[in-house]
Design a protein. Structure first.
Length: 413
């Protein structure tokens, strides 16, 4: 019987040595099942496994330093066994970060970034708001792979958004979504877009809401504040001016008459000072210093509520004569046309304590007389528009406060 010699390699009679295989880093899915051949990406010296499979977490993002101990799950983005990473998803590395696609139920498939830690693994923005995905798709509506391309410090990719369809998007090197801020269209990544890139209008130059209380456009009413509400809207709430000159104790009277015929409505406010007032305190109403009388009642929550505002603009003509005239001690306004808010006269007189005075009268429909009675305490302020000077009186109670009529004298100091 003839025996056969077993030959290994190309040379008969000589066995060739097999190269020694390196051991795996970690058996992510223990046993013969495998972790499903995830694509590999490197960023900042870290190897990322995009979509490695493990039964309790599904296909998720892992990282490895080449050792079993250093091969770990980065984040279970879609908690539990459901997958967050599918075979069509891809990634790219830039500025020590990995940018990649991931799915979670509340926002769908969107662009995420990671620095290799769980805390540093975050969704950049919900481009397609809600559970819908921003993953691009072909003409038949089938999802396509989202490719990332880096150029000049930006990462470009395609994304779907309902208002614009599939378009080109970009990420800045700081991992912020690039938007067309200032085009008047609200886009993902923007809180607001008012059609410009200016600050001071409650929507900032970065298309973010400016903080509540930020100054915004003046509505021309000295009796109100002009401030942002923190949600992109410029509001004008009633506002008391601080530091106003107080009236002498019981030295200011207020009278409002709401007649059946609006043409007969009447306003009178008389004020006498508790401290010295100079003529310079009044500014120059002939040219630049406008005035407004503001009457506030107290709302149920204790805040001031503007019920009447009447203005005396600087300069101007009232009929054939100038509206304002100067005197040795002050200025006088005579609004013969009862405009713009029904003021008939405003007298400003400087003086030592107890001798300075202010007198305001108005009548007619333009006064826009408030509903009477008013809620006390009542606060009346006369405000100067081109400075911080103002004068006030407070009325904790009123001698007469009923429908059609109010009479009050200011509090004792």
């Amino acid at each position: 019987m003839r025996t056969r010699r077993r030959c290994v390699g190309r040379n008969s009679g000589r066995a060739t040595a097999r190269p020694q295989a390196r051991s795996w880093s970690k058996d992510i899915n223990p046993g013969p099942g495998g972790s499903d051949r995830p694509p590999l990406f490197a960023a900042d010296g870290t190897l990322f496994l995009l979509g490695a499979f493990e039964p309790s977490t599904g296909h998720e993002l892992w990282r490895s330093d080449g050792t079993a101990a250093g091969t770990v799950l980065v984040a279970d983005i879609n908690p539990g066994p459901p997958d967050s990473i599918f075979s069509r998803f891809t990634a790219t590395a830039s500025n020590d970060l990995l940018f990649f696609d991931a799915f979670e139920p509340t926002t769908g498939a969107e662009v995420w970034k990671t620095d290799g830690t769980g805390a540093g693994t975050v969704r950049l923005t919900d481009i397609n708001p809600g559970p819908g995905s921003s993953q691009p798709f072909d003409r038949r509506g089938r999802p396509e792979r989202r490719e990332f391309t880096e150029l000049n410090g930006q990462i470009f990719f395609r994304a779907f958004e309902p208002d614009t369809g599939v378009e080109l998007w970009a990420l800045r090197s700081g991992a912020q979504v690039v938007t067309n801020c200032g085009n008047g269209m609200l886009e993902p990544g923007e809180e607001c877009d008012d059609g410009n890139i200016a600050d001071g209008d409650c929507c900032s130059s970065a298309c973010r809401f400016e903080p509540a209380g930020t100054a915004c456009a003046d509505d021309g009413n000295l009796c109100t504040a002009d401030q942002c509400d923190g949600a992109g809207v410029c509001i004008h709430p009633a506002a008391l001016a601080p530091g106003c000159g107080s009236a002498l104790g019981r030295g200011a009277s207020l009278q409002l008459e709401d007649k059946r015929k609006d043409a007969r409505d009447r306003l009178v406010w008389m004020w006498r000072n508790g401290a010295a007032v100079s003529k310079a305190d009044f500014g120059n109403p002939l040219t630049t210093s406008s005035y407004a009388l503001c009457v506030y009642e107290t709302a149920g929550d204790g805040s001031p509520s503007l019920v009447l505002g009447a203005a005396a603009p600087a300069g101007g003509r009232c009929g054939k004569h100038a509206c304002w005239k100067a005197s040795r001690r002050g200025f006088a306004y005579h609004g013969s046309g009862l405009s713009p808010n029904g003021l008939l006269s405003l007298g400003l007189k400087a003086g030592n304590p107890g001798n300075a005075s202010i007198a305001v009268t108005g009548r007619g429909a333009k006064i826009q007389m408030p509903r009477l009675p008013l809620s006390t305490p009542i606060i009346v302020q006369l405000k100067r528009g081109d400075g911080d000077r103002c004068w006030e009186a407070r009325y904790s109670s009123a001698a007469v406060n009923r429908p059609g009529e109010l009479k009050a004298r200011s509090d004792s100091r």
